[in-house]
Design a protein around this ligand. Structure first.
Ligand code: TPP
Ligand code: MG
Length: 818
């Protein structure tokens, strides 16, 4: 029997890395492919070894690597096609090298935190090493062609945090396959044939996000392929303390699809068995792609040759026996052994290849370091020369010489050192008027602009199609405009938008069949199909993830969270993933999800929340819209659906049955983001409020008028961006008094507004009395009308706070109330 017959040659080896068809593949060709695979894995291992050393010698700050996981990733790469997606975690460098999505040079650039997009396209130095991403937003803001490229959603460090988004990436393929109206979006999909590959560590499967995603994908039957890299540990905590029965695929067996049921195809394979891995991936991905069935590939017996990360050593917590077992079952050791036994290469050939690979990786690492350090060294040179000139011209040359020598003595200096030396020089010479000092100031100013771009840019993608650039269209009203319930106004708005743009979808709990709990979507599923308006399980985190994945793939999702109080269940996805996406890729990726929810006062502890402080602090990177009524909400949806940045819209829970006039251009008019509106002009005090408290403030204004107090009421409409024209600050110039009313906790949303008005808008300089906030009490609102009255700001409260501020300023005119 020939060797060729002895060796099973998986189809995937043939199709992924060569043009050959199975029948044409000779043993020589096969050998070449395997040897090339081994070289990729070996180079990847070298990158891990060198990477760790670079951290331990101080050139890089932290390192986490894919050693011990290489061979499975070769197999996964073979099954990966153009148009496919990966959402994974920090162990996947070998997959990235094998597919060509990334390379060694970029790997090292990111390790050093090189802020140049060209050098680290994944994150421009913003993310820790092995956090991968492809850039699918072009420099001009347009979408790259995703159907033709291999795609990688930007990784995050939170374990399992990427899973909800993986669901959405897979769900997009389902919509592209089943909804023929989407065929015009050719740059995103070819008939939904794409698979979304996910990777996750064994320990991270303990997270709720993993289980939530897993179940949702089984329900939705989406082409999602989850690989679990199982090395039996999660840092120091062994499988025994992580997973029931210490075996994740064993306990997930109930998800296996059976005749006539939905569910998964589940595979289990050892992480050092190259042939079995290639076969498994070929079979698993084939069924996933063709049938749109989610698959689980549990890859066991993986190792960590260097331990978890550079933060510690695994000798501390692994037994000698375990360490010895890991040495023996190292996937490279096993693959090498198999190659020798199968006569794919001789020992000498392997040795030679390894020596060349080692040298190659070393060279690339040096180049990456020189790229990074070279630029900084130039800046050090520039600042040193400038400081030298200041020293030569002024009175402080001795001190400045120390600054320069300290700078020059710094080992592996960063930009921080250059800038800090310049700033120190300015402090030392604060009393000197020197032209050279001005040169230094100019240089620092120029560098500040560059460093702002490097380190602080692109919280939003800021493309030409940003919602901030959507033209303002005023709402028009016919003379006989209908007076409708607020929910009907929204319904008309959604109807018009779904009709206009076939890529819009909406989903959430009770959104489909009944058209949401307040009937904003009533009747629209029947009209537009359940591919566009659909129900989901009770799974807030993956509702947002579903939205994220869709939005990344060119579909425009409205992802609904039933009540604002339940947004907290989705906070990890909103905060860690969605809000940081543009920033962490420096504008290379976007996910314009519109999160729709309803909140503020209604009834009880979990249906009356208004946690704007939490939202504003956790979700910078989303626009935060707080419409006072449904018409304003409709205008905001019209804006957001024409833009391409993520946003949260919080409708007023108690506003759906209040009557509003229907604009004749309900699907067209837009409410611009960041545009505050003066609802009532006044001269005595500026009162800023938003959402449900605005109506109370307006009612209080009537009463106050009768008491001779004339308040100006301003609705910022969006809290992020906040009043970009400074209308609040301008108003203070007239009234000199400021009150902010909301129903968040003290120091929450109202404190944010104070900071914006007093500091950003310089409102402080216009005040003649202490600015005040009138928020809710520090506990959540109890159930019932009295619970609301005694814990949230009431009309009485607003009147009294305003009156007392007037009383303090002029007690004669406004005597004590009581
Ligand atoms: C939400 C969250 N909790 C904790 C951590 C800290 N942490 C980083 S990696 C890790 C272990 C992950 O183990 P596993 O999923 O098995 O992956 P492995 O590193 O073993 O490949 C932990 C606890 C984190 N990054 N995110
Ligand atoms: Mg693990």
């Amino acid at each position: 029997m020939s060797l060729k017959q002895n060796i099973i040659m998986p189809e995937t080896i043939i199709s992924a890395t060569s043009k050959f068809s199975a029948s044409e593949l000779s043993f020589e060709d096969f050998k070449k492919i395997v040897i090339n695979d081994y070289r990729i894995a070996f180079e990847s291992r070298q990158a891990s070894l060198i990477g760790r050393r670079e951290v331990l010698t101080g050139k890089a700050k932290f390192g986490i690597f894919g050693d011990g996981k290489e061979v499975a990733q070769l197999a996964m790469a073979k099954a990966f096609r153009a148009g496919d997606w990966r959402a994974g975690y920090y162990r996947d460098q070998t997959f990235m090298f094998a597919t060509g999505i990334s390379n060694l040079k970029e790997f090292f650039a990111q390790l050093y935190a090189n802020p140049d997009i060209e050098k680290d396209p994944a994150s421009a130095g913003r993310q820790m090493n092995c956090h991968f991403a492809t850039r699918f937003v072009n420099a001009d803001g347009t979408w790259a062609n995703q159907a033709e490229s291999m795609n990688c959603a930007s990784d995050i460090s939170t374990t399992a945090g990427h899973m909800p988004r993986l669901l959405g990436l897979a769900y997009a393929s389902k919509l592209y396959r089943e909804n023929k109206e989407l065929e015009y979006l050719k740059q995103f999909s070819v008939n939904g044939n794409e698979v979304a590959f996910g990777t996750i560590g064994n320990g991270s499967t303990s997270e709720g996000l993993f289980f939530e995603t897993f179940n949702a994908a089984g329900v939705l039957q989406v082409p999602m392929a989850i690989s679990i890299w199982d090395d039996a540990y999660a840092i120091s905590v062994p499988a025994k303390l992580q997973t029931t029965k210490e075996d994740i695929s064993e306990i997930l067996k109930g998800f296996q699809r059976e005749n006539g049921t939905n569910g998964y195809e589940i595979f289990k394979v050892r992480g050092w068995d190259y042939v079995a891995l290639c076969e498994t991936y070929e079979r698993a991905i084939d069924v996933c792609r063709r049938e749109h069935v989610p698959v689980l590939i549990h890859v066991t017996e993986m190792t960590q040759p260097q331990g978890h990360s550079t933060s510690g050593s695994h000798e501390r917590y692994k037994s000698k026996e375990r360490l010895a077992w890991e040495n023996e079952h190292d996937c490279l050791v096993q693959m090498r052994k198999w190659m020798l036994e199968s006569a794919i290469a001789t020992e000498e050939e392997m040795d030679e290849m390894e020596a060349t690979a080692k040298k190659h990786v070393r060279e690339i690492q040096r180049e990456a370091w020189n790229d990074f350090a070279g630029e900084i060294s130039e800046e050090i040179g520039q600042v040193s020369a400038l400081i030298e000139q200041v020293a030569a011209q002024g009175q402080n040359s001795a001190k400045l010489k120390d600054v320069i020598s300290e700078l020059k003595a710094t080992i592996d200096p960063g930009r921080k050192d250059a800038i800090s030396a310049g700033r120190k020089t300015l402090r030392i010479t604060v009393k000197e008027k020197l032209s050279s000092r001005q040169d230094l100031v100019n240089w620092l100013n120029e560098e500040r602009v560059k460093n702002d771009e490097r380190f602080s840019s692109k919280l939003f993608t800021e493309t030409a199609t940003s919602p901030l650039n959507v033209p303002v269209v005023r709402a028009n009203y016919d003379d006989d405009a209908k007076l409708l319930d607020g929910r009907e106004i929204l319904n008309a708005c959604f109807d018009a938008n779904f009709d206009r743009d076939k890529s819009i979808v909406a989903f959430g709990e009770d959104v489909g069949a009944i058209g949401d709990v307040n009937q904003g979507f009533a009747g629209l599923q029947n009209k537009y199909s359940d591919l566009r308006i659909s129900d989901t399980g009770i799974r807030e985190a993956t509702i947002i993830g579903q939205g994220m994945g869709l939005a990344m793939r060119g579909i425009k999702p409205i992802a609904e969270i039933q009540y604002l109080d339940y947004l907290i269940y989705a906070t990890t996805v909103l905060s860690d993933d969605l809000a940081s996406l543009s920033y962490r890729t420096r504008g290379g990726q976007k996910a314009p999800v519109i999160v729709r929810t309803r909140g503020h006062r209604l009834e009880g502890i979990w249906h009356s929340g208004s946690p704007l402080g939490l939202i504003l602090n956790a979700m910078r990177g989303l626009h935060i819209c707080v419409p006072r009524d449904m018409t304003q909400a409709a205008g905001m949806y019209n804006t957001l659906l024409r833009g391409d940045e993520p946003a949260l819209v919080i409708e007023c829970l108690n506003g759906y049955r209040l009557k509003e006039r229907l604009p004749s251009n309900i699907g067209e008019f837009t409410v611009p983001l960041g545009k505050a509106e003066i609802l009532r002009e006044g001269t005595d005090m500026t009162v800023v409020s938003y959402g449900s408290t605005l109506r109370i403030v307006m009612e209080a204004a009537e009463e106050l008028e009768k008491m001779g107090i004339n308040i100006e009421v301003i609705d910022p409409q969006t809290l992020y961006p906040f009043d970009t024209e400074g209308i609040c600050g301008e108003s203070l110039k007239k009234t000199n008094k400021l009150l902010v009313v909301d129903e968040d906790m003290p120091g929450g949303g109202s404190a944010y507004i104070l900071q914006k008005i007093l500091e950003t808008q310089n409102g402080y300089y216009s005040l003649d009395s202490q600015p005040k906030t009138l928020p809710a009490r520090e506990h959540r609102p109890p159930y019932g009308t009295d619970g609301d009255y005694f814990s949230k700001p009431s009309m009485d409260d607003v009147i009294e706070v305003v009156y007392n501020m007037m009383n303090e300023a002029n007690p004669t005119k406004y005597p004590d109330l009581y």
